[in-house]
Design a protein around this ligand. Structure first.
Ligand code: THU
Length: 131
């Protein structure tokens, strides 16, 4: 649990960097890698709305581009006050690099929710399906 609280703190820190002039909806994410490192990310919007990158993918892409191969857990927080769950695209990207771990969420009441990827993204399409 201590590790998850640490991950949530990092996600909140990253949320401060969210670039959201269009939605004003700020999201922060932090991933824990199998090697024990933490990488953070925020959402980064764009005048061409579709070019927006979610916080979860920002954090994940930072980790993978630094040589990480697998993440074990991901924490997500937002400015909404409520639990914020990854969008469909992020669920697919998370599934590529996370096998067994947990997703950790916190709302503005300090309540923490921990769920398995399989709970919010069952029957996913993976590289095993390609062979
Ligand atoms: N967003 C995230 O960064 N992560 C989520 O889990 C949900 C949505 C961002 C995308 C966009 O910048 C804003 O939130 C509103 O959709």
């Amino acid at each position: 649990m201590d590790q998850y609280k640490q991950l949530l703190i990092k996600a909140k820190e990253a949320m401060a960097y969210a670039y959201t002039p269009y939605s004003n909806f700020n999201v922060g994410a932090a991933v824990l890698t199998k090697s024990g490192k933490i990488y953070t990310g925020c959402n980064i919007e764009n005048a061409s709305y579709g070019a927006t990158n979610c916080a979860e993918r920002t954090a994940l892409f930072k980790a993978i581009s630094e040589g990480e191969k697998e993440i074990t857990d991901i924490a997500v927080v937002s400015s909404s006050g409520d639990f914020t769950y990854p969008c469909g695209i992020c669920r697919q990207v998370i599934a590529e690099f996370m096998k067994e771990g947990n997703l950790i969420f916190e709302n503005n009441k300090g309540e923490i929710k921990i769920i398995k990827l399989n709970e919010i993204f069952p029957y996913s399409f993976t590289k095993e399906d390609l062979i």
